[in-house]
Design a protein around this ligand. Structure first.
Ligand SMILES: O=C(O)CCC(=O)C(=O)O
Ligand SMILES: [Fe+2]
Length: 419
């Protein structure tokens, strides 16, 4: 039990760690204004956690109110006093080119710093990123195991199914406790494949592996021309798909869609799945590397993409027939004019252990159901933005199991919300 009076006395005495602690306790008991004041005091005293908290608030604002430069200044101060979370967020801003010059290698170096500072999520992120970019499976095993030992739940989920990273009994216990905590959206069953690990790989080598440019997407398999529809098998690996699922699972809410009758975002019966949008503060370098690969697969500039969406359909849930281009009415039209239409849609099957749930195009007589990691891309409009009504499509009802789908809508022109 913490003694609130004692913490408060220390906080009043100017101890930054106690000020930050007190702010957290006040926040938890709903005293937001008092919490904010103590966070500010702790930040003024240079506490990295407090500086990071305020920077996140500045970045969570609506794009036109986002104070990016101030956030970068706070994060830079936090980084100087060893704040791993700040280093990790600076890495994201550097990869995006938001408030700082865009620089992938510089971003990975910042992530490496966060790893050296012992930040558990950064350790898991670098391990999986290096594997993903270099294609060297298991290369990050040792770092992943270290992140798991520090309690990072995503690292635990990966480590518990990789043979040899934990003892059998430890792995079984970990799996049971993850299931109890509701982590049942990815399979925790041990993998059977051979381990080709190089368990001695060092952080430095992982950092340099992760700095490489992403590989070109594999070849496409064209299903229809004008409107163009194509498949790219195995665009993402299973580990990458599970990463997207883990990142979005805590963000799921009942879906919002633009109802074509009302042209307003509404909790409609139109789409009955749950959905998540991966926003700025949810991103990390692994997700950004995936994002860039998705844009390349959809053959659009990354800046033209909307946020990555993830949909989870349970048995009986569906996405009724619809078109992805935006209705040209007063609500959306100025935005459509600025960014262009939703010219292309990219879908990636994040899992495949379910029945039903195909994506169907009744007018084109095309039905698609991907294996885990397969991408499916279709044009919604001509190259000059004229809608193709025959792109009417639906996510058929799931009959058994859960369907997890990544959905990315791509505009004709630049879309980044924070532009
Ligand atoms: O669930 C599906 O298969 C279709 C999803 C979809 O149409 C969309 O995300 O725009
Ligand atoms: Fe759609």
């Amino acid at each position: 039990m913490e003694n609130l009076e004692e913490i408060e006395a220390l906080a009043r005495g100017g101890d930054a760690a106690s000020q930050y602690r007190l702010a957290a306790l006040l926040e938890r008991s709903g005293q937001r204004d008092a919490a904010r004041e103590w966070t500010q005091k702790a930040a003024d005293a240079g506490h990295p956690g407090a500086l990071y908290t305020i920077a996140c608030e500045l970045l969570a604002a609506r794009p036109e109110e986002m104070r990016v430069d101030e956030a970068v200044a706070l994060l830079t101060r936090a980084r100087q006093s060893g704040g791993g979370a700040a280093m990790r967020l600076l890495a994201v801003l550097t990869a995006l080119g938001l408030g700082v010059k865009q620089d992938w290698a510089g971003a990975v170096a910042l992530l490496g710093e966060a790893v050296e500072a012992g930040h558990p999520a950064a350790m898991r992120e670098l391990a999986l990123l290096a594997e993903s970019i270099s294609g060297r499976r298991w290369a990050g095993a040792k770092l992943l195991a270290a992140a798991a030992r520090k309690g990072d739940w995503i690292a635990l989920a990966y480590a518990a199914r990789r043979p040899g990273l934990m003892s059998e009994s430890e792995a079984a216990m970990t799996r049971a406790s993850l299931r109890k905590r509701g982590v049942d959206f990815i399979s925790l069953d041990p993998l059977t494949e051979d381990r080709t690990a190089r368990p001695d790989i060092e952080i430095e080598d992982l950092v340099s592996a992760a700095k490489a440019s992403p590989a070109e997407p594999p070849k496409k398999d064209i299903l229809h021309e004008a409107p163009l529809l194509y498949r790219i098998p195995a665009l993402l690996s299973r580990d990458e798909c599970d990463y997207v699922i883990c990142a979005s699972a805590p963000l799921l809410t009942p879906s919002l869609v633009v109802d074509p009758e009302k042209s307003a975002a509404d909790h409609a019966q139109y789409r009955t799945s749950d959905g998540a949008l991966i926003g700025l503060l949810d991103l990390d370098l692994m997700l950004i590397a995936i994002y860039r690969r998705l844009a390349a697969a959809a053959e659009v500039d990354w800046g033209n993409c909307e946020l990555i969406g993830v949909l989870r359909y349970r048995a009986g849930q569906e996405y009724k027939p619809h078109r992805d281009y935006l209705p040209e009415d007063e609500n959306d039209y100025s935005e459509v004019r600025r960014t262009g239409q939703r010219a292309r849609t990219l879908l990636v099957a994040l899992n495949d252990a379910y029945a039903g749930g195909a994506t169907v195009f009744p007018e084109l007589k095309i039905e698609h159901k991907g294996r885990t990691g397969d991408a499916f891309v279709f044009e919604n409009t001509t190259a000059s933005g004229v809608p193709y009504p025959e792109t009417l499509h639906a996510g058929a009802p799931v009959i058994k199991g859960e369907k997890w789908l990544l959905s990315l809508w791509c505009r004709e022109r630049r879309f980044w919300f924070w532009d």
